[in-house]
Ligand binder design. Structure first.
Ligand code: ZN
Length: 261
């Protein structure tokens, strides 16, 4: 690990007034959560889900729910693998460091593309999950989110207790618009930040891939923590080419020393 780079990162963070973080699958991979794309990705192994998934849900919500119930019973396949890996995953030192960074008042907001709930379990509170949360359901009309475990389905398709709209899994499907209040929150934070940490994100999936450039154009400093070069690397002011589980705890130590001196 390059300690000189971590020193540079700490200096940028100490000099900043409003730090946010953009998180991708690379962070949770080290908790055993499989990625979707890439060599061991769920979609690489089992095939991509329908590119038209949201429209298919709208066309026939009952069929969507029947398929969900059937897949929940399967012993093999993508959903079974996700159930198994998500079921045992716990926050790793990278998640815990981000929660500590928020607790210290340094990290103001987390924009995550992960759906695994691990930021909340680590203790972060200011989080927007732009691809949804696997443990939640959502109304497509009023965007009410409900914990799956708190919602008992009495009739199909299940309807929103608040507005009567259709309920689906919270995870954003292909073809599904990201709820506007989530995007508004992202752009609010991107416009407020003067430093942005990019953790484990490849910068290929929109709209998240656009946030760093928007922040940069407004003068924010960009810091990348990623073992691999990404399509965002060329924009970054400092790059630490190591895994976030190694880098973030060391960074917290360095920041704590500086804050106490
Ligand atoms: Zn509703």
């Amino acid at each position: 690990m390059n300690f000189k780079k971590i020193d540079e990162v700490a200096s940028i963070i100490i000099d900043s007034k409003y730090l946010i973080v953009l998180v991708g699958a690379g962070l949770s991979k080290e908790s055993g959560i499989p990625t979707f794309r890439g060599p061991d990705g769920i979609w690489t192994k089992y095939g991509e889900p329908s590119m038209n998934g949201y429209q298919e849900f709208l066309n026939n919500p009952n069929e969507y729910w029947q398929a969900q119930i059937a897949r929940d019973q399967e012993e093999a396949g993508p959903i079974a693998e996700m159930r198994r890996t998500f079921g045992v995953a716990v926050p790793n030192p990278g998640h815990i460091a981000l929660a500590k960074l928020e607790e210290l008042g340094i990290l103001k907001y987390t924009i995550t593309q992960n759906i695994d709930d691990l930021h909340f379990r680590a203790g972060n509170m200011n989080v927007v999950e732009i691809h949804g949360n696997r443990y939640k359901l959502r109304c497509i009309k009023c965007s009410l989110r409900i914990n799956r475990s708190d919602f008992s389905i009495v009739a199909y398709p299940p309807l929103c207790p608040e507005c009567g709209g259709l309920i689906k899994g919270d995870g954003v499907m292909f073809g599904e618009p990201i709820p506007s209040e989530w995007l508004d929150k992202c752009y609010e934070q991107v416009n407020l930040c003067d430093a942005m940490l990019l953790v484990g994100t490849s910068g290929t999936v929109r709209p998240a891939a656009l946030f760093p450039e928007t922040a940069k154009m407004r003068g924010a400093k960009l810091i990348e923590v990623n073992p691999l070069e990404t399509s965002l690397s060329f924009l970054c002011d400092v790059i630490v080419r190591s895994s976030s589980t190694e880098v973030l705890p060391v960074l917290i130590e360095e920041l704590s020393v500086r804050l106490n001196s």
